[in-house]
Design a protein. Structure first.
Lengths: 128, 352
């Protein structure tokens, strides 16, 4: 049983090899056949619509983006928790309906309270 | 030696490996063909909508344009500017390309030919694998923005990361009602659930889920009206500004490959996959003709979705950034959660 399950992943491994080989092969091939040009100093500067670049390339970014990333991790983990529930839901309804529905409703309620909190803390406020 | 190879090919494990390799090569070639020609279709549709002619110089109707573009991309100078972070700059295009190729592994593109199921890997984790790989897509773009060490790509990369992770939640939540109804993560079971009558298709059973999934798909693949990472008018191209030659082309191939696999995903989840609700085409094929017909049905459905995506690009203006984030976080997440609860209650009431 276990060996057949691992065997099922063999095509995925083959596809990974193909995808990696294809992508890096393309990069390598274009280096081999591509034109070799001169390298004047202006070519090495960052592109800013033809003007000489001003300041550093990496400006600081708004803390909002970190907030989005943190909220994403919280919500995404909860989404993943919902999948196993969704799969067993129909089967468990026959034996223990109120338990499985109640368990997930309470989970969703807690999730929703967190969502309202983030909303009230203006985490989704993008105007400013 | 030869005898050993023949023996291995006839053993179950050997036959499995060979057929898998064959399926991967076929699916990969078809995907690459669709990627190349969806660029051509996009340019032709754009031209028709804007009352232009579009590519018509290379070959009949400009049909050889993708080949000419490929040759051009290879022969251009592959230039690495001095101010970039070299390793990441080289890795980023490949990292954009790889996940969009890997997503196709789980998609059933036909019923079966002979005893072979027409899916590269029929895993029981199904949709979890797909979402896992789709999430990796953001790395390439963020890395490209970071590696370029320049302002436009940096802004593009930041925007893209925030946009893609926001819509990933909506996308993940939107499909949960489907698995409440199907009760299995395997994508082949999702298709067999949709057989029998056109109203068995999940687009009719879960219209809200379909709507959220469709919009999230546009955002995940960075297509208009959500193409803020690239937005030509503000960022002059976004994360790919500093790239040239094949590295630049790989970003576009990655985008179109992601678009193709996302369409395939949508066909599988909502539009009945390889089935058609008449002439017995919703059951797994028993003959060779039937098997080929199922693949054709799947490809036609997929190309229709791709055509819709292309059409939308020229019909909609771009969203503003705060509108985009509002739509994802304030509209879609509550809507998707409500959809899950309502579906759960309906399923509960139906089993009583």
């Amino acid at each position: 049983m276990e060996s057949t399950q691992i065997r099922e992943y063999l095509p995925v491994l083959m596809l990974v090899i193909l995808a990696v080989g294809f992508s890096f092969g393309m990069l390598l091939f274009s280096v081999i056949v591509g034109k070799k040009g001169r390298r004047p100093a202006i070519k090495d500067t960052a592109y800013e619509c033809g003007m000489l670049p001003i300041g550093a390339g990496n400006t600081r970014l708004s803390v909002k983006f970190y907030l989005v990333a943190m909220l994403f991790i919280l919500f995404d983990i909860e989404v993943v928790f919902l999948y196993p529930w969704a799969v067993v839901y129909k089967d468990m309804l026959r034996t223990n309906g109120p338990a499985i529905l109640g368990a997930m409703l309470s989970f969703m309620l807690i999730l929703f309270v967190g969502y309202i909190y983030a909303l009230k803390k203006r985490a989704f406020d993008w105007k400013n | 030696m030869t005898q050993a190879i023949i023996d291995w090919a006839q053993s179950p494990a050997g036959a499995f490996a060979l057929f898998s390799a064959l399926k991967i090569l076929c699916a990969f070639s078809v995907l690459m063909f669709i990627v190349a020609y969806s660029v051509w279709v996009e340019r032709k549709v754009a031209a028709a909508i804007q009352d232009r002619i579009g590519p018509n110089r290379v070959g009949f109707f400009g049909l050889l344009q993708p080949a000419a573009d490929a040759v051009k991309a290879f022969l251009k100078e592959d230039f690495t500017p001095g101010h970039v972070r070299k390793v990441y700059f080289w890795l980023a295009p490949a990292i954009v390309m790889i996940p969009s190729l890997l997503t196709m592994a789980l998609i059933p593109f036909g019923s079966n030919i002979g005893s072979q199921k027409m899916v590269i890997a029929d895993l029981n984790v199904g949709i979890l694998y797909t979402f896992g790989i789709v999430s990796l897509g953001v790395y390439g773009i963020v890395l490209a923005g970071y590696a370029a060490n320049s302002k436009y790509p940096f802004l593009g990369g930041i925007r893209s990361s925030a946009q893609m992770i926001s819509y990933e939640i909506a996308m993940g939540l939107s499909v949960i009602p489907i698995f409440l109804l199907v009760g299995d993560l395997n994508l082949s079971s999702v298709i067999s659930y949709q057989s029998g009558g056109i109203f068995g298709w999940l687009i009719f059973k879960q219209p809200i889920a379909f709507l959220i999934f469709m919009v999230a798909m546009f955002a995940e693949t960075n297509r208009l009206p959500f193409d803020l990472p690239e937005s030509e008018q503000e960022l002059a191209g976004g994360y790919n500004v500093e790239y040239s030659s094949m590295k630049f082309a790989l970003f576009f191939m990655g985008e179109y490959a992601a678009m193709t696999t996302a369409s395939a995903m949508m066909v599988t989840l909502f539009l009945g996959g390889w089935t058609l609700p008449f002439a017995g085409l919703d059951q797994p094929a028993t003959t060779l003709i039937g098997g080929i017909l199922h693949i054709a049905i799947f490809l036609v459905k997929m190309c229709s979705v791709i055509f819709m995506i292309i059409w939308v690009r020229w019909m909609w203006p771009r969203f503003r950034y705060d509108q985009l984030m509002d739509l994802g976080w304030r509209r879609f997440i509550p809507l998707a959660l409500a959809n899950i609860v309502i579906t759960a209650i309906i399923v509960w009431a139906a089993t009583k």
